[in-house]
Design a binder for this molecule. Structure first.
Ligand SMILES: Cc1cc2nc3c(=O)[nH]c(=O)nc-3n(C[C@H](O)[C@H](O)[C@H](O)COP(=O)(O)OP(=O)(O)OC[C@H]3O[C@@H](n4cnc5c(N)ncnc54)[C@H](O)[C@@H]3O)c2cc1C
Length: 260
């Protein structure tokens, strides 16, 4: 478990509610996998005392940089917006287990809601590098919250945007869209983050269609080191229900095992 003081290369507002931070990661980013996260000290002051978990949004290996995309929610993320270029930020990680892309998968479907796309973008990057075809259904309140959609399109992901504003983010529409993509393509693996409602839908479809699925969970966290048990979720292990810590055993879990 490492804490790292890294230099902030940029920290900018990208929409009403979202900010994007790039840090100089040096050798650190060689060990980072899509789906993993860092537990971040959000301010130079005493408050907030607890770090806040953020997934790695992009792993820029060539330039040795890491990027985070964050939604400003409360004190921690608000304090992060005050951090300036060329200042330093303390990030602990990489933490947790990341996503797995199997060799025999040729086509993948990502399903994200809101800032859940921050967690799935690094996975899309990796899958594209591995010459997989990637489809992404990106759901948000409004068009301006579909932050990573244009980036995903630019790297070759086939993106489907659905929004509350347009009335296209409802479950029936998304279910129809997923089923159409499954019929028209050879998608055998699905990945999701950001919405319990959408994850339940994907869990149901994955079971019916016998797809391999992974989910990245975002539970409230305390220590992020497996000690405090603040982030426990329930996992189906055969006929038994077991507790699992999102920070250590997750945040990525097999979709079929998670009790949503
Ligand atoms: C593994 C992991 C990866 C994450 N990756 C990202 C990311 O890439 N980008 C991003 O914007 N956010 C991400 N999150 C969520 C992020 O950690 C929280 O939004 C953040 O901690 C809120 O801190 P805050 O001090 O700004 O708000 P707080 O004042 O702590 O909380 C504001 C509101 O958000 C709720 N909240 C706090 N933490 C969480 C949480 N973990 N899940 C759900 N609701 C919460 C609180 O109950 C409160 O209502 C991730 C969470 C986890 C566990």
């Amino acid at each position: 478990m490492e804490t790292n003081q890294v230099r902030i290369l940029s920290n900018v507002k990208v929409s009403d509610r979202y900010w994007h931070m790039t840090v100089e990661a040096g050798k650190l980013n060689r060990n980072v996998k899509p789906g993993q996260f860092f537990n971040i000290l959000c301010s130079d002051g005493v408050y907030p005392y607890l770090r806040r978990p953020l997934s790695v949004f992009r792993i820029d290996a060539r330039n040795e940089r890491l990027e985070f995309l964050y939604l400003v929610k409360g004190l921690g993320t608000m304090k992060m917006t005050e951090l300036k270029q060329d200042g330093y930020i303390d990030i602990m990680g990489p933490l947790g287990n990341g996503f797995q892309v199997k060799n025999d998968e040729t086509e993948l479907l990502l399903l994200a809601r809101g800032v859940g796309i921050a967690t799935l973008t690094a996975l899309a990057d990796e899958a594209i590098k591995l010459n997989k075809r990637v489809f992404a259904i990106v759901s948000a309140r409004s068009e301006k919250d579909l932050l990573a959609a244009s980036y995903l399109s630019s790297i070759g992901v086939k993106v489907y945007k659905v929004t509350d504003e347009e009335g296209s983010s409802n479950l029936d529409y998304v279910e129809g869209l997923i089923n159409r993509l499954l019929v028209e393509n050879n998608i055998r693996s699905v990945y999701t983050c950001g919405s319990r409602r959408l994850s339940l839908l994907l869990q149901k479809i994955a079971k019916e269609e016998r797809l391999r699925g992974e989910i990245a969970l975002e539970e409230h966290m305390g220590c992020a080191m497996g000690v405090c048990f603040a982030c426990v979720c329930q996992i189906n292990e055969g006929t038994e229900l077991k507790s699992a810590r999102v920070c250590v055993e997750g945040p990525v879990f097999p979709l079929e095992k998670v009790v949503l």
